[in-house]
Design a protein around this ligand. Structure first.
Ligand code: 4AD
Ligand code: MG
Length: 464
């Protein structure tokens, strides 16, 4: 009878716990060939079985049954290997497997698009369905998976309730008009945007409004799921579909909100460093040299908190001192461009910074108006390399003020329930949204959001 296969992950785990793998009876492995080189009497296959970042070296010789077939196997083929584990303490890898039997489980033809040589990220984006088989993307998508659990551990560890807010909604939460509208065929087969629900429906841009209602019941809640924005920004940081983590906390103001943001980011940094050491070391060495220094620095210091007004002043001073922005016209009231955000976080603070108290005109309707009548208690967390990764605010809890704002932008209809929250036990509360994909970019040093999502969606791009 065939023994049950063991995974490379388990081998490494047992080895690192001090077990002598050479004492094991022969083991069976299943995986895919990363490389195969044969020099006649001896050959080497680098095998990856998907269970961990590391490969295992398979050594075979010309006595192996089917040697001719094995020695000609190409990159990408699926095989099983039966053999003894041999310790190789003097080599780069601590152990290898000496094949007694190799079986081809799935051959790989020569037109396989991922050959040995290094491919550009652009090329791999075009082969999105194959790229998880490369080192880089295997690392990205494992960290993505681990980070998702880390988010849950962070919030659930604090007693937050996870709320599945709907993906189909009747409101544009942010009021920015960037929604994808849903269409279904009517009786004549003509596409209609009202036929199904009797009113317009769209894909959610944010779960915030729905999750706020739950914060008024559970105190601390979060939603974490896909969000959709029909934003034609063709940048390295915008996607049409991305995941967002949106906590909402009752009896909490903007300061409490920022404390939670900071704690969450630091938790995530520690979490991926601890849970994905091989992947993170790979990013640090091959993708973003200096990544560890950057992340360690994030852990060391409290995040700086800076008033929007001060930020504008600093940017204006930078222009006066000769700094060249693409958008050099900087004035109070404007929405900051990414280059401005990056200047503040990269050149001035040299680390994460909370920019707070933005002009009310450029921020969403639900943000709490400050006593100056000009600004709202909003906060963006800006980080080097990217700019904004978190947007948050204290929410407007005062019924009349919120109602006026909603009437002014014309979104009160359909959101009466949201306004009611202010009348029935409404309290001071705050929340924020972390772009999960942007967070992953930050933690891995991957510089394009398209390389953090399994199948990225951006305008004009829907190959898979
Ligand atoms: O700043 P945003 O628009 O805030 C909200 O949606 C609030 N409802 C959050 C809240 O307070 N509950 O988006 C939050 C974050 C941004 O900081 C950014 O990281 C990410 O979501 N984000 C995007 N990520 C990728 N592609 C896009 N098109 C994104 N738009 C926003
Ligand atoms: Mg924002």
């Amino acid at each position: 009878m065939q023994p049950k296969a063991i995974t490379i992950r388990e081998l490494y785990a047992r080895h690192s716990q001090g077990e002598d793998l050479s004492a094991l009876p022969p083991v069976l492995l299943e995986g895919w060939i990363r490389t195969n080189r044969d020099s006649g009497s001896i050959g080497f296959i680098s095998l990856n079985d998907g269970t961990c970042f590391k490969n295992l070296q398979v050594v075979y010789n010309d006595k192996l049954e089917g040697h001719d077939v094995v020695s000609h196997l190409l990159t990408g083929a699926a095989i099983s290997v039966y053999g003894k584990i041999v310790l190789t303490p003097e080599m780069k890898q601590p152990f290898e497997i000496h094949a007694e039997k190799v079986e081809v489980l799935g051959d790989c033809s020569a037109d396989y698009p991922l050959q040995k040589k290094r491919h550009t990220f652009e090329y791999l984006r075009d082969e999105a369905y194959l790229r998880p088989r490369t080192n880089t993307f295997a690392a990205v998508f494992r960290v993505r998976s681990v980070l998702a659990l880390g988010i849950h551990e962070f919030f659930q560890g604090k007693g937050f309730v996870y709320v599945h807010t709907p993906e189909i909604t009747g409101n544009d939460a942010e009021g920015a008009g960037q929604v994808f509208t849903l269409m279904t065929p009517d009786a004549e087969g003509k596409l209609s945007d009202t036929e199904f629900f009797g009113r317009r429906a769209s894909m959610t841009v944010s779960g915030q409004l729905h999750v706020e209602a739950f914060a008024m019941a559970f105190r601390d809640v979060y939603t974490f799921g896909p969000t959709f924005r029909a934003e034609k920004s063709n940048t390295t940081r915008h996607a049409s579909e991305f995941w967002m983590i949106e906590p909402e906390i009752a009896f909490a103001d903007l300061e409490d909100d920022m404390d939670l943001m900071e704690e969450c980011i630091k938790f995530c940094v520690r979490y991926v460093m601890e849970k994905c050491p091989d992947e993170m070391a790979f990013f640090n060495e091959r993708i973003a040299p200096g990544l560890f220094d950057k992340l360690n620095a994030v852990l060391e210091k409290p995040f700086r908190r800076m008033e929007y007004t001060e930020g504008i002043q600093i940017l204006q001073d930078a222009v006066k001192a000769g700094h060249k922005f693409e958008n050099p016209k900087i004035e109070w009231g404007m929405d900051l461009q990414s280059e401005h955000e990056r200047y503040l976080t990269e050149e001035v603070v040299k680390g994460p910074v909370f920019l707070i108290n933005y002009p009310k005109e450029i921020k969403a309707f639900y943000m709490r108006e400050n006593d100056d009548g000009k600004t709202v208690a909003a906060c963006d967390c800006l980080v080097p390399g990217e700019g904004e990764i978190i947007g948050g605010s204290q929410r407007e809890e005062r019924y009349e003020i919120l109602e006026k704002k909603m009437e002014a932008i014309g979104n009160k209809e359909g959101l009466e329930w949201y306004l009611n929250l202010r009348k029935w036990g409404g309290c001071i509360h705050s929340g924020f949204g972390i772009g999960f994909d942007r967070l992953l970019m930050y933690l891995t040093g991957i510089s394009n959001i398209r390389d953090t999502e399994p199948y990225p969606r951006t305008s004009s791009q829907l190959k898979y």
